[in-house]
Write a protein that binds this ligand. Structure first.
Ligand code: HEM
Length: 439
């Protein structure tokens, strides 16, 4: 791991300072308990105070208005995404040493790779999410979701939804998309589970070491897996990427290539996509239940007409997004929301604020599956890095919801439970959701 270049994760190299003239907030942090529990009223207050401000605890400029966030996303030459996978806080010496292993060398490929390479690579990765592939996965998703739900129902009410369905389902889908053998699922899930803490949390030294070991093991596993597919292809995303590499190895033939994909880039896509592809989807499945189940009229509407499931998922993505922030860094001196930002300023784009902005969404604190314009939410980003898996994520969540309303219309949240959230600045879904139903 280095502090620069195209390595997948870069260590923060210095303590950042507030840009001159930028309003400063000395108390708020997205890791504060009250914000983790319910970010929305606080995000609203922050936006009212200063649409753009410096958070001392985070060491980032916080951007709260939808129009400013959209401007950042659609001007990648001014606002680079190179920092999105980096740890926020410096790592301890032992974790740094572990990740300094000579063979820990994934390269930035998608969310954190600048142009023009990002566009070159996205040509090939986009194919993996084609309509054909999603359609071919749909029947697998249906079957897996049905099986997990049936097991949950057979075990009887009450149940815990994260463990029963919301965690295993998205992981299995993305692992089958990549082509990982089913027999490795449990091991891979163990390695990926703490990535949230590494790049978006504040893990203790001991936790950093444990996470670093998992990342190293996982990267080595990805390399062995890609090598096995190189020998023998399957009907999967990795094999398609390897076919593309064989036709045109891009930078391996010419460092300035504008087409093709290198072998190391194929390995790195596999490494990155497994986390991107399951953690926020687990949260989406849970957030959908948290939003719908207490609002019995809207739950009942979906029970009566399951074709409303897709709308319910879209409104959940706005109202209780599984991703409530993302990051960028300025490439040049620029101005945003009237604040001057020097080159190298790190930005925290606050989706929790923007997705509830009254100028964009009428009555924004009301959950309404019939809301118009809901897809203007920013939960999947915007512009050249727009989430590659948005269609897949929504399809999984829709299938799970359609099956739930069909099989257990009496479903409800267990009364009196308190929801806890894993401390991190970006991903948001409850650790556990206890549900019950009439037998
Ligand atoms: C509810 C689920 C999900 C949410 C909320 C989410 C959100 C996001 C966001 C906010 C970005 C950054 C966009 C930007 O910088 O403009 C992103 C990028 C990305 N997401 Fe997702 N995502 C989800 C599910 C998935 C799934 C299922 C996959 C793949 C299996 C996936 C793969 C990616 C990839 C590869 C990128 C980088 C795209 C690029 O840079 O070209 N995501 N996602």
């Amino acid at each position: 791991m280095t502090t620069s270049g195209n390595t997948y994760h870069r260590a923060p190299d210095s303590v950042a300072e507030a840009p001159v003239g930028c309003p400063v907030n000395r108390t708020w942090s997205p890791l504060n308990d009250d914000y983790l529990n319910d970010p929305y009223p606080i995000a609203h207050q922050l936006r009212e105070q200063h649409p753009v401000f410096w958070s001392e605890a985070l060491g980032h400029v916080v951007v709260t208005e939808m129009s400013d966030i959209e401007y950042v996303f659609t001007n990648p030459e001014l606002f680079a995404s190179t920092n999105v996978q980096d740890p926020i806080y410096p790592l301890c010496a032992q974790a740094t040493e572990l990740l300094g292993a000579p063979d820990f060398d994934p390269v930035a490929v998608m969310s954190n790779r600048p142009e023009p390479d990002h566009a070159r690579i996205r040509v090939y990765t986009r194919r993996g999410f084609s309509k054909r592939r999603l359609q071919s996965l749909e029947s697998y998703m249906q079957a897996r979701a049905a099986r997990l739900l049936d097991q949950m129902i057979a075990a009887g009410s009450p149940a815990e939804y994260v463990g029963a369905v919301a965690f295993p389902l998205p992981a299995e889908i993305v692992f089958r998309l990549i082509g990982f053998p089913k027999s490795d699922d449990a091991m891979i899930k163990r390695w990926c589970v703490n990535r949230r803490a590494f790049s978006w949390g504040k893990p203790s030294d001991a936790e950093q070491v444990q996470i670093a070991k998992g990342m190293l093991d996982y990267w080595r596993y990805c390399r062995r897996f890609v090598a096995s597919r190189r020998e023998e292809r399957g009907d999967d995303f990795t094999s398609e990427l390897l076919d593309a590499w064989e036709v045109d190895p891009g930078p391996e033939r010419d460092p300035g290539a504008t087409t093709g994909i290198s072998y190391r880039e194929v390995e790195s896509v596999v490494y990155g996509i497994s986390f991107a592809g399951h953690d926020p989807v687990t949260a989406l499945l849970c957030n959908t239940l948290r939003c719908l189940l207490p609002r019995r009229d809207q739950w009942r509407a979906v029970v009566d007409d399951p074709s409303l499931a897709a709308q319910a998922i879209d409104e959940t993505s706005r109202f209780e997004s599984s991703q409530i922030s993302w990051r960028r860094v300025t490439t040049k001196d620029t101005t945003l929301g009237g604040v001057d930002l020097p080159a190298g300023t790190t930005l925290f784009l606050n989706f929790a604020s923007a997705n509830r902005q009254p100028e964009r969404f009428a009555d924004p604190d009301t959950f309404d599956i019939n809301r118009s314009g809901v897809n203007q939410n920013i939960s999947f980003g915007k512009g050249i890095h727009f989430c590659l898996g948005a269609g897949l994520a929504k399809m999984e969540a829709r299938i799970a919801l359609e099956l739930l309303v069909e099989r257990i219309p009496s479903l409800r949240l267990v009364d009196g439970q308190e929801f806890s959230y894993f401390p991190n600045i970006t991903f948001r879904g409850p650790d556990a959701v206890h549900i019950e139903w009439d037998d």
